[in-house]
Design a protein around this ligand. Structure first.
Ligand code: ATP
Ligand code: MG
Length: 395
């Protein structure tokens, strides 16, 4: 008689103006995509809210809720009961939900009428439902200030939705609504968090990782693949490009001043990532840099690395402390993988005294000796790139 559904309330996209429909359609597509692994779930839109229905009795709505809560663009979601919009049905639905709810002494009713034609109005509906519950459930009382349980009743055009709990979504914007970007992913703690943060703002991501075998191992590569797999939960399907960087690093080590090694290496990473981004129609690069974290992330160092880029470089962690970054890494489940102790290409050939205030002029002078490995001259670096898709790492 009452149907169990999931009620999903979009986040800031509801504030969009004339092109709101575009954002709503994308969120709807992302939710459907997310649910695919659990089977077919009809998805309806009801007054700027989404409703996931179970198409069969055994459809796993709890499982669906677990998946949908990781979709960006949602402010709140939870299980609800859907019933017809007549007062008696609403009252019995409320009663059933109250009876299913465990261990509470006090309650309050909150009603909202999205369908303004419905009578009675919200202010009259709350006491009527409250009264009905008091008559039918022993030992409970109304407490409008500090209730153990809040029964929410939303009268929408297509029916009445009744629920007692909802969870906070991740917020943000639907992935894909703000274009495409390429994350430089290192295997450390920061870059997966940077990826998460920009997917949250609607960027569709792919990833580029630089490795330097034999200095970096197969295990180090597997660690990055594992991070890539874990990010799928939030960021969606993607491609991970792995670039063999050994030759470039060896050339830099041999031909450039040691103190500039890391900055010059970073400039090459950004040059190559820019080329990969262009080839894949991506409009931004993303890094996990944080101001002052290490010598290569001083203002002068970031100026020197960013100088080679013709695309915007997004650094969402720039103003964050490591402890704040770790908190997010733990929350999104990448931390444990990130701290596995395998070497990254950044941790080989590290200078003893890196220059913290490099100047572009000296960097360019040093790079002149690298003539043969510059991307635009050699054009061969990307031959050492290979890509894997998310489907290849998900069972
Ligand atoms: P992370 O920043 O991911 O925790 P990290 O702190 O060891 O790793 P840094 O030396 O801080 O890395 O590097 C700064 C940024 O440069 C990284 O966040 C990442 O965006 C990029 N980067 C570093 N190493 C690599 C790599 N091997 N492949 C791709 N990008 C890299
Ligand atoms: Mg870092």
């Amino acid at each position: 008689m009452f149907e169990d559904v999931i009620l999903i309330k979009p986040g800031e996209i509801v504030l969009k103006g004339l092109n709101k429909g575009k954002f709503v359609a994308l969120l709807c597509k992302n939710i459907k995509e997310k649910l695919k692994s659990l089977g077919e779930f009809p998805l309806l839109e009801s007054d700027s809210t989404f409703v996931v229905r179970a198409n069969q009795k055994h459809s796993d709505l709890d499982g669906a809720l677990e998946l949908v809560k990781n979709v960006f663009g949602i402010s709140k979601l939870g299980k609800a009961k859907l019933c017809n919009k007549d007062l008696d049905t609403i009252k019995s639905c409320c009663l059933q939900l109250i009876k299913e709810s465990k261990s509470f002494n006090s309650f309050k009713v909150e009603a909202k009428r999205i369908d303004k034609k419905f009578v009675p109005c919200s202010a009259e509906l709350c006491p009527q439902i409250g009264e009905f519950i008091l008559q039918n459930v022993k030992g409970v009382r109304v407490d409008v200030h500090n209730p153990d349980l809040t029964l929410k009743v939303e009268i929408r055009r297509d029916g009445a939705y009744i629920y007692v709990s909802e969870i906070r979504g991740l917020g943000g914007m639907p992935v894909g609504c703000c274009g495409r970007g390429n994350v430089l992913i290192s295997g450390g703690i920061d870059s997966p968090v940077a990826a998460y943060m920009l997917a949250k703002r609607g960027l569709n991501l792919s990833y580029t990782h630089f490795e330097s075998p034999p200095y970096t191992s197969e295990l180090a590569r597997k660690k990055v693949v594992e991070l890539f797999r874990k990010l799928t939960k939030y960021c969606g399907q993607a491609v991970l490009h792995t670039v063999e960087f050994t030759y470039i690093q060896e050339r830099i080590k041999k031909l450039c001043p040691e103190k500039l090694f890391t900055i010059i290496m970073r400039r090459f990473m950004l040059r190559i990532a820019t080329q990969i981004a262009f080839e894949n129609d991506e409009g931004a690069l993303i890094t996990g840099e944080s101001l002052g974290q290490v010598a290569s992330q001083t203002l002068e160092a970031i100026t020197c690395t960013g100088e080679v880029c013709t695309l915007p470089v997004f650094r969402p962690l720039i103003g964050m402390d490591k402890s704040e970054i770790i908190e997010i890494a733990r929350k999104i489940g990448t931390f444990e993988t990130s701290i596995l102790p395998y070497e990254d290409c950044c941790t080989i050939f590290v200078p003893n005294f890196p220059k913290t205030n490099p100047q572009i002029r000296e960097i360019k002078e040093a790079e002149a000796s690298l003539h043969g490995v510059l991307l635009d001259e050699s054009g061969s670096i990307l031959e050492n790139t290979y890509s894997i898709k998310t489907e290849e790492v998900i069972e």
